[in-house]
Design a protein around this ligand. Structure first.
Ligand SMILES: [Zn+2]
Length: 679
């Protein structure tokens, strides 16, 4: 994925490559106006490119970061708000999309009703927990909770079999913990230890008390929950270890799964979870399910009731009454992400609605803001990048002819999905009303659960999108060998088509989005899948070795970056994204060289076309983030921090050195033998 956050909404203006190069004044120049001209591009290019904007745009209290993605999202939210308010007033037919949007929004905005209802909408679920007597009873409740989106140590996924992209498979993955990932339970630095202490001693007992337990019972329950989670975390894999597609592929017959965790009777459990047509399961981390079994044998049933109680209240905390909502925000919003205050309610309701019914809003959005003409323009840019990639592969000095042929075949077969899906998801079976906000969320979760389960045993639908058009993000899916580029990702906030020159468009959209996503098909992970989307080696031994040498250099380069005094970037975990960033920049630049603007060499506001290209790429990472959020990113995210997504790859490029006169002795300069060159 391109960005580290999934952002949502509707866009006002779309940018694209234009035939005539515009010549904006300094105030209207989308790259010039962000510069910090007091910064030295050879010392910290990110600061030079974006520092002016960052100085003038401090992070608002309700955000953990603030940058270009937020600006796009704010525009989108305002559009969505209008769509929702119109739906709210419309006397829409029951069951229509307009009725669903309007009623969802109404139920979420009615904070008086939410306050009055308290935990009443979850009464049946709390009773189910109270009645658990044994492991069989526990698993029954877990099955029921799964269907409504309440997580636990059973973590299923329904998607393509990595080794047979024609088949949909049931997956079991590690999960079931409340801190962002396993490292939070074990790392010994002060930041992480403080978060852990707060979680165990404040957040868990407070939430359990708010779920209706006495203070003492809540303390005992919190201790049990923490111990269970710590055990689960101890047998969970690290971020970098989850990126090995072979190690996380363990196909098992149900009988093997029964042998792995004999305390769980898997077939009856799956039946209760509405999963019927499976005879095998792909287990990501078998050791995790072994640990689950050990815990089920050893922990008293009271501990599991506490664990389910916690998962239930935590799953719905943002949609419940103020006390619960606030404590949930205090921990996940403030302590973990560094936010100072909550977003206004309407923004939160819209974000939730967008997450649950995004394609309903997306249909309305693209009709108005992403015309066929714009879609076509970006489809053309995709082909320009693809063509350039083919030329580069042919010229690679480290790859054999045999592997080149396979790489070119894979490149040719990449399916680009641009803007929005051809076919929209059908929400007709989803019921939304104004009775209860949590009730709507539960029914929407059930809808999505069943939507996924229904895929089992059916042919793969390769037209499906996993992001909505109004999402400021993009992805490569190895099983479909496809790049998916939602309409919103091409937006530059507040700008119109004719105001942006090719240099910026090729850097912003061509490199940081299109080139980046295509390169994912050939990063350390993506390259292991063939043209048909199957995990199958198509490389010669020697070529694989040479690729790995380049990759190793990149791991080292990023491991050496230290942030927040003592945390270093995880070079292994971020490798795929770093390769995609570097590849995207190289491809975007080569493609840009074919344009009129590049050939003309004409300066705009004193900046050459080459300079504007690199600034256009840096524009994609415009913004800043709080320390808390940065620390969280280092531990949980496969993307490097934004400044290093600019400075890291640029430091490998002679074209960048040439554009800005970078010389030996500059901080951005790296000796030639250390410069990473892969694609
Ligand atoms: Zn990516």
């Amino acid at each position: 994925m391109k960005k580290y956050v999934v952002l949502v909404g509707v866009v006002a203006l779309i940018i694209s490559a234009c035939s005539q190069t515009p010549n904006p004044g300094p105030e209207q120049d989308v790259v010039y106006k962000n510069l910090d001209t007091t910064a030295n591009p050879g010392k910290d290019f990110f600061l030079y490119a974006n520092g002016g904007w960052i100085k003038n745009n401090p992070i608002p209290a309700a955000y953990s970061s603030w940058g270009i993605g937020n600006l796009v999202t704010e525009e989108i939210r305002n559009q969505l708000k209008k769509i929702n308010e119109d739906a709210l007033k419309a006397q829409a037919e029951k069951g229509s999309n307009t009725q669903k949007i309007g009623d969802f929004y109404a139920s979420g905005m009615d904070s008086a009703k939410i306050e009055k209802q308290g935990l009443a909408p979850l009464k049946a679920q709390f009773e189910q927990i109270d009645q658990i007597k044994d492991v069989a009873g526990l698993l029954n409740v877990i099955a029921a909770f799964q269907k409504m989106g309440v997580g636990s140590f059973i973590n299923t996924g329904v998607y393509q079999d990595a080794k047979n992209s024609e088949k949909i498979a049931l997956h079991l993955w590690q999960g079931g913990i409340g801190l962002p990932n396993r490292d939070y339970y074990f790392n010994t630095d002060k930041k992480t230890s403080d978060i852990r202490k707060d979680y165990a001693e404040v957040h868990l007992p407070t939430m359990l008390k708010l779920s209706g337990l006495t203070e003492n019972d809540a303390k005992t329950a919190a201790k049990a929950v923490y111990e269970i989670e710590k055990s689960l975390a101890s047998q969970s894999r690290k971020l970098e270890d989850l990126r090995d597609p072979y190690a996380n592929y363990n196909k098992m017959a149900i009988s093997q799964l029964d042998a792995l965790s004999p305390t769980i009777k898997w077939s009856p459990l799956f039946t209760k979870m509405n999963i019927k047509k499976v005879d095998s399961v792909i287990v990501g981390q078998p050791e995790f399910y072994k640990e689950v079994d050990r815990l089920l044998k050893n922990r008293p049933i009271a501990d599991w009731k506490a664990y389910l109680r916690w998962n239930l209240i935590s799953s719905f905390a943002s949609y419940l009454n103020k006390d619960i909502d606030n404590e949930n925000f205090r921990f996940y919003g403030k302590v973990i992400s560094g936010k100072k205050e909550q977003l206004p309610r309407w923004k939160r309701v819209l974000d939730t609605e967008n997450g649950l019914m995004g394609e309903v809003l997306g249909q309305l959005f693209v009709k108005e803001y992403f015309p066929a003409k714009t879609k076509k323009r970006y489809e053309k840019l995709v082909e320009a990048i693809r063509e350039t990639y083919a030329e580069r592969i042919q010229k690679l000095d480290w790859m054999s002819a045999a592997t080149k042929q396979k790489a070119l075949d894979k490149l040719k077969k990449i399916t680009p999905k641009v803007g929005y899906p051809d076919k929209w998801k059908d929400f007709s079976s989803l019921e939304i009303n104004r009775d209860s906000y949590v009730g709507n969320i539960i029914r929407a979760n059930q809808f999505w659960y069943q939507y996924q389960i229904n895929k089992l045993g059916k042919p793969v639908d390769r037209t499906e999108w996993d992001m909505t058009p109004q999402t400021y993000n993009a992805y490569y899916n190895p099983s479909n060998n496809e790049i998916v580029l939602p309409a919103a990702i091409f937006t530059i906030p507040g700008m119109r088509d004719e105001e942006v020159d090719d240099a910026v468009v090729y850097g912003y959209a061509g490199a940081s989005t299109i080139g980046h996503e295509i390169t994912h098909g050939f990063d350390d992970q993506g390259r292991q899948y063939d043209a048909e989307g199957n995990l199958k080696n198509w490389w010669t031994k020697a070529d694989e070795q040479k690729f790995n040498q380049g990759a190793e250099m990149m791991v080292k380069q990023f491991n050496d970056y230290v942030v927040l005094d003592s945390m270093h970037v995880n070079g292994k975990a971020t490798l795929g994204e770093n390769i995609a960033d570097l590849g995207g920049i190289v491809l975007g630049y080569e493609a840009f060289k074919k344009t009129e603007q590049y050939k003309s060499g004409k300066k705009i506001n004193g900046l050459t076309p080459q300079q504007r290209y690199f600034l256009g790429y840096a524009l994609g990472w415009l913004g800043s983030q709080r320390d808390e959020r940065l620390a969280n990113q280092i531990l949980t995210d496969v993307h490097s921090p934004a400044d290093l997504r600019v400075n890291g790859p640029f430091a490998n490029l002679p074209e960048f050195y040439e554009a800005f006169g970078i010389k030996q002795g500059d901080a951005m300069w790296r000796p030639e033998q250390l410069r990473v060159k892969i694609w």
